[in-house]
Design a protein around this ligand. Structure first.
Ligand code: PEP
Ligand code: MG
Length: 896
């Protein structure tokens, strides 16, 4: 077996594909050498050797000594230097490098090969005493701590002592003599601790370093890191022995970091920083201000030209923007590392589109390079990146689940009514509630952001806020809200009503005061790339929208129809004429209090014109695109007043005794409202609600058609569990629809279908499909009922189920990303059974999962016709749908 792989003089035994065997760094150095870049020469000892070493009680395979010897001679030949030589010494670095990046977890030893003779040679050759002795003391320090395991603190203490004796503050002020003195002290300390002299023999040094790097694979910090990051199946670390190059030998040397394109804008311009007479650490530490590459071009034109060539070559080779580290030693350029560079979301789009246009990558690859977070981050304001971390830490008030990304600043308000009141005076508010209900939509609508103490990602607050693209944090468990005193407490801090707070919906953190926000700009490349995605995807993308405003917004985002109008969201809020909201509320509450069908009809009669206007607005906004309207879904208690004061007010307004209201509200109380009298169960017992809603839909459709607006209403029954149940409601729907058509003499096409939200409906989907003309999977409820997890309360313990450091039962919150294994099985089954009786059955999804990229890919795989997502998540769905096609094609190709 071969354990050592050489690279140098334009040849390499390894290559970029050998990450498992050579680690990321070793494979990268080999690849850069192969393509002719100036890389310091060296060799990599493979991860297989590490595996052997650790399995054989820290002994090396027999063949290794000879292989290392051979490769060391080769390295000496290529560099024309000798390890530890008294005339022209070769110095090497010995670094770890595994197949997966584990930053800072394993060991590195630099400047290996120095001893009393070679340090003098280094000083002579570089004409820099100070540099040579500084290098030596660094080596002795690293070797003593990393290889031998001596205490770092004690060595640091000696360093501080030397500096204070010499009355210098910074390392840069220490003269050669100081470093020489320190080397002596270190060696003495070494002797006293180990009973041996510090090794001068470079080969002994090398073997010590190799063992230390291999051993560091099993060190506790590295093992913990792998466990936390779930890095498994690797053999170990490789060891890279590489010729040292120095950027700190004088004015003709330096070190830098550069990017092949601008990582913030995506512009195709060479971007980077350079520090003269410095080592890599100095750039990262940020103590000195580096110069821009253009300045370096003026100072070292030859080197710059060479670097520019490397830039072109590497980008072409890796077909992506590269982040490169380099060192210039006495006017000679060395490339030390290259990797795919991180970038802003705007730059991600620009680079992907530009690279596709340049022919560097295909359009499909450009689409594949965008992550859902890149899109999210394009639209929502964010906490200004320049805000200092310590300032944020000081302001932290509480934290919760990041239900809707973005950021918002406003004054804390604890009731929806007051939020509306304050907003009407032009104040910016954040609505802070234990939880929200449909009664709160007015306050939620005017708020900059929403914060709730309970609830998960599909709680009422999260769903509504997502629809508006409004920053929302839910399940802030430590938040203790006192509505009476109008204060919220958390972590020993108190926020009063009217105090400024800032929500960071990306991290789920709430800060006290006004933190500066910044709004990202939408790049042109975004539109181009989304058009490409539309050309590729097969599955349709609709939106969940409840108002004409949302519908318009969603169309701008590329929605091709509405997959869910939640009609009850309009009961409490008139989005066109807010001042008329009270009348709606009164009508719905009167309907609830009514105890005869006649009284209910009367109240519903008042609601009908409002609903008709809402639907007309939505049809117009969608102008001929399909619109799925769902009949009333939540349990009625959500619309009833619960506080005595409000109950009195209602009793007064509708002219009944307050006792009647109290009794009725008590009657509506349910122990398990999510499993209670809701969904189509309401229409079975109160058919007049269905009649009113269907009439409003059909009359709106007729009106639109008369005005030349094309309409395609799809009337949807929620929470169906049985064929007969659906049949009764479908018959009732058709009766009303036909009545309206007959009365108006306008023929409107419409469909009647159902949501699949109850596991029984999914299981008996063939029976359901005999009646339903379309299915829409309501995966919020299907998850709730399929997994037995309450949408409103699971937020209290679900984080523990998902947290890698805790139970880690699921990798994602199942209310956010579809549980493909379980709930997905119900979905698959439902689709197959449904289409077995109605092959052309139209099928979509309108649960929150319709805007989650992995779930959208699943929907594509199981053959849905469309997904429906909140307006701001429509682009994510379009992208994921295209990626699903591309990934499917790639998988097919691989199979062949
Ligand atoms: C669902 O259950 O997935 C759904 C879309 O309905 P709602 O969230 O309104 O219950
Ligand atoms: Mg539902």
């Amino acid at each position: 077996m071969k354990y050592v792989y050489f690279f140098g003089a334009k040849k390499a035994e390894g290559d970029g594909t050998m990450k498992e065997l050579l680690g990321g760094k070793g494979a990268g150095l080999a690849e850069m050498t192969r393509i002719g870049l100036p890389v310091p020469a060296g060799f990599t000892i493979s991860t297989e050797c590490c595996d052997y070493y650790l399995k054989h009680d820290r002994k090396y395979p027999k063949a290794l000594a000879a292989e290392v010897k051979k490769n060391l001679s080769r390295l000496e030949k290529v560099t024309n230097k000798k390890l530890g030589d008294a005339k022209d010494p070769l110095l090497v670095s010995v670094r770890s490098g595994s197949a997966r990046s584990m930053p800072g977890m394993m060991e590195t030893i630099l400047n290996l090969g120095l001893n009393p003779k070679s340090v003098e040679a280094l000083a002579r050759n570089t004409k820099n005493d100070r540099f040579a002795w500084d290098a030596y003391r660094r080596f002795v320090q690293m070797y003593s701590t990393v290889v031998i395991g001596l205490a770092k603190e004690e060595l640091e203490e000696k360093l501080r002592g030397m500096k204070s004796r010499r009355r210098v503050k910074d390392d840069t002020q220490v003269p050669a003599e100081g470093w020489r003195e320190l080397v002596g002290e270190y060696k003495q300390y070494f002797q006293s601790k180990t009973g041996k002299d510090f090794p001068d023999d470079p080969e002994e040094q090398l073997w010590g370093a190799i063992g230390a790097v291999f051993g560091s694979w099993m060190a506790e910090k590295a093992a913990t890191y792998r466990r936390v990051e779930r890095i498994t199946g690797l053999l170990g670390t490789a060891v890279n022995v590489v010729q040292m190059v120095f950027g700190n030998t004088g004015e003709n040397s330096g070190t830098g970091v550069c990017f092949t394109r601008d990582p913030s804008t995506g512009e195709k311009s060479f971007y980077g920083d350079f520090l003269v007479n410095a080592q890599g650490e100095d750039v990262v530490a940020g103590i000195r201000t580096p110069m821009h590459l253009s300045e370096m071009a003026a100072r070292m034109p030859g080197v710059y030209k060479q670097l520019e060539k490397v830039r072109v070559l590497l980008e072409k080779h890796y077909r992506d923007m590269q982040d490169m580290e380099f060192t210039v030693e006495e006017g000679k350029l060395y490339m030390l590392q290259t990797r795919v560079g991180k970038r802003t979301p705007a730059a991600t789009f620009k680079m992907a589109v530009d690279m596709a246009k340049e022919g560097l990558i295909s359009k499909e690859e450009a689409i594949e390079r965008i992550k859902p977070e890149d899109i999210d981050r394009l639209f929502f304001p964010i906490v200004d990146p320049s805000t200092s971390k310590s300032d944020l830490a000081k302001r932290k008030f509480t934290s919760g689940m990041n239900a809707v990304p973005g950021a918002a600043v406003g004054k804390a308000v604890f009731s929806a009514e007051e939020a509306e009141e304050m907003a009407s005076h032009g104040e910016k508010v954040i609505l802070v509630r234990r939880e929200t209900s449909p009664e709160d939509v007015g306050g939620m609508f005017v708020a900059q952001g929403i914060l709730t103490a309970t609830g998960g990602k599909t709680s009422h607050a999260a769903v509504v806020a997502r629809g508006w693209g409004k920053c929302c944090i839910v399940g802030a468990e430590h938040l203790d809200i006192d509505y009476g005193l109008k204060v919220a407490r958390s972590n020993g801090r108190t926020v009063h009503q009217g105090d400024w707070i800032t929500l960071d919906g990306n991290d789920g953190i709430v800060y006290e005061g006004q933190v500066k926000l910044s709004a990202p700009e939408l790049p042109d490349a975004f539109t181009t790339l989304m058009n490409w995605a539309d050309g590729v995807r097969k599955i349709g993308v609709r939106t969940n929208a409840d108002t004409p405003y949302d519908a318009k917004k969603a169309r701008e985002m590329g929605a091709e129809g509405i997959g869910l109008v939640r009609t009850e969201h309009m009961f409490f809020k008139d989005f066109d004429y807010p001042e008329m909201s009270v009348e709606r509320q009164l009508a719905i509450q009167e309907m609830i209090i009514a105890d005869t069908p006649e009284a209910r009809r009367k109240a519903l009669g008042k609601l009908l014109p409002y609903q008709r206007r809402d639907f007309t607005g939505i049809f117009k906004a969608m102008d001929g695109l399909p619109v799925t309207i769902r009949l009333i879904d939540p349990p009625l208690h959500e619309f009833a007043p619960h506080e005595l004061e409000q109950q009195r007010e209602l009793a007064d307004k509708i002219g009944v005794d307050v006792e009647v209201v109290i009794r009725r509200v008590a009657q509506l109380h349910e122990a398990n409202p999510m499993l209670g009298h809701r969904g189509c169960r309401l229409a079975i017992t109160y058919p007049e609600i269905l009649e009113m809603q269907v009439r409003a839909i059909m009359e709106a459709a007729v009106e639109c058609k008369k005005n030349g607006v094309k309409v395609l209403p799809e009337i949807m029954i929620p929470l169906t569990m049985d064929r007969k149940e659906l049949q009764i409601l479908t018959d009732a729907t058709n009766r009303v629809a036909q009545d309206v058509i007959r009365e108006s003499k306008v023929k409107v096409e419409y469909m009647v279908g159902t949501m699949i939200e109850v596991p029984r409906a999914a299981l008996l989907a063939d029976e359901i499909a005999e009646v339903a003309e379309f299915f829409s999977f309501g995966t919020n409820d299907l998850t709730q009922m399929g997994m037995g997890l309450s949408r409103d309360d699971a937020g209290r313990f679900l984080p523990e189920y998902v947290d890698e450091k805790k139970a880690a039962i699921f990798s994602e919150d199942p209310f956010q990303s579809l549980d493909v294994k379980g709930v997905g099985m119900l979905t698959r089954w439902g689709i197959e059974r449904g289409r077995s009786v109605r092959p052309k059955l139209k099928i979509g999804i309108c649960g929150e999962h319709g805007g989650d990229a992995p779930s959208v890919k699943f929907c594509h795989q199981v053959g849905m016709d469309y997904v429906s997502a909140s307006p701001f998540r429509v682009p994510v769905a379009r992208l994921a749908a295209a990626q699903a096609v591309i990934e499917e094609r790639a998988a097919k190709k691989k199979k062949k």
